[in-house]
Ligand binder design. Sequence first.
Ligand SMILES: CCCCC/C=C\C/C=C\C/C=C\C/C=C\CCCC(=O)SCCNC(=O)CCNC(=O)[C@H](O)C(C)(C)COP(=O)(O)OP(=O)(O)OC[C@H]1O[C@@H](n2cnc3c(N)ncnc32)[C@H](O)[C@@H]1OP(=O)(O)O
Length: 217
Amino acid sequence: MTTPADTSGAGMPAGSVPLTSVPQDAPVDRATAAARRVVEALLLTDRANANLERVAEELNGIAEHLEQHAPAVRDRMVDMWGGEGVTRHDPVTGLENAIALPLIVYGLPDGSVRGETTVTIPYQGPPGCVHGGVSALLLDHTLGVANMWAGRDGMTAQLNVRYHRPTPLFEPLQINGRQESVDGRKIRTTGDIRTAEGEVCVSVEGLFVDKKVPRPR
Ligand SMILES: CCCCC/C=C\C/C=C\C/C=C\C/C=C\CCCC(=O)SCCNC(=O)CCNC(=O)[C@H](O)C(C)(C)COP(=O)(O)OP(=O)(O)OC[C@H]1O[C@@H](n2cnc3c(N)ncnc32)[C@H](O)[C@@H]1OP(=O)(O)O
């Protein structure tokens, strides 16, 4: 799947801080990274010669093992929403979520946020391009993080997405977000996806409303 272009934040302006989870040398991170490899490899492998019967059997064996060791979903959700777990499971930045790209989002000293990622085959829309829904997902989440960084956040009420040009797969992309204004409970936030050359592929304007869904306890 995708790999962040830079997990150290070295490409970010001085004083930037990671706001989402960063990779750890933990078995769950390694297992999830392996699952991402499997998803990509399944799309790329030779349909006729990769012994997919055996692959299916082995993968089902792994799934059964994991299911046998799973606590009740309710209990897992309490765990997921506690402490540092929060940003480890979401579908954009979650390093424990095999469908997450993953993306690491940094808070910049100027109050905005930025992430870098390279999107690959599992997220293809038009040939060689990122699926538009995936771009919207990346931006919705990044705007949410921008709101957290700015100190006032809420739920997405509207996301207006403008697709300027096809977003390329296999190239480093910059995902930007910035809180623009707060008016009572209404928060307005903007963002974009740019190529390494600075070309804007997608831009968004979001309206967020300050409302919280209670965390599972
Ligand atoms: C995932 C992690 C979360 C937290 C983690 C914590 C730390 C982690 C750190 C980093 C990670 C950070 C962030 C995570 C990033 C992203 C999160 C993902 C975002 C989402 O994935 S989120 C799911 C999708 N989202 C929904 O599922 C919303 C469903 N919806 C509702 O829940 C309600 O619909 C709501 C709340 C929108 C409003 O309801 P409400 O009853 O609270 O408010 P009310 O209706 O009174 O409106 C008050 C004023 O807003 C205006 N207004 C309302 N809605 C409007 C609309 N659509 N268009 C235009 N104006 C609107 C009214 O007109 C009024 O305006 P006025 O005051 O001027 O009259």
